[in-house]
Design a protein around this ligand. Structure first.
Ligand code: DQA
Length: 143
């Protein structure tokens, strides 16, 4: 099974970006962790990151057309992008919403997600470890 791990705006700056909130793991490290975890689990994992909303919408269309599950950290788009939500709503395979930080412990504007009610599951506050957790759950659904 092929799984898309899709990361939105500012997540390419992991490691440099507010390390007290997001930790010291870089996006390249995160991508490697996801691919390695996928191999252990028998999943083909493709990790992508973009700061451009239209590009993310296109990737979600690609996942919808291919029937691929998606692990999505939409970053700030989580809180307001109806375009990302509408694209994610077209997925037939599971959608796992992931946040590195516990968004519910942070500013009020981060408490609402336009994705959570269409997501299969939501993970927040596990740091980058949330990604392998999501992949493990997806692999278990295969069995
Ligand atoms: C985030 C939380 C969002 O509120 C924020 O805009 C991000 C990252 C997280 O992974 O904790 O960019 O999705």
């Amino acid at each position: 099974m092929k799984v898309f791990v899709l990361n939105g705006p500012n997540l390419g700056r992991l490691g440099k970006r507010e390390p007290s909130v997001y930790g010291s793991t870089t996006h390249a490290d995160l991508a490697e962790l996801c691919v390695r975890t996928g191999k252990e689990l028998g999943l083909e994992v493709e990790v992508r990151q973009t700061d451009h909303e239209g590009e993310m919408v296109g990737w979600l269309h690609e996942a919808a057309d291919g029937g691929h599950p998606v692990v999505l950290n939409a970053g700030a788009w989580t809180h307001y992008s109806i375009a990302v939500r509408d694209a994610a709503a077209q997925l037939s395979a599971p959608l796992i919403e992931v946040h590195i930080s516990n968004v519910h412990k942070r500013e009020q504007f981060r408490h609402h997600s336009v994705l959570s009610d269409i997501a299969t599951a939501v993970l927040a506050g596990f740091g980058v470890a949330g990604y392998p957790l999501a992949l493990r759950w997806l692999a278990e659904q295969q069995r």
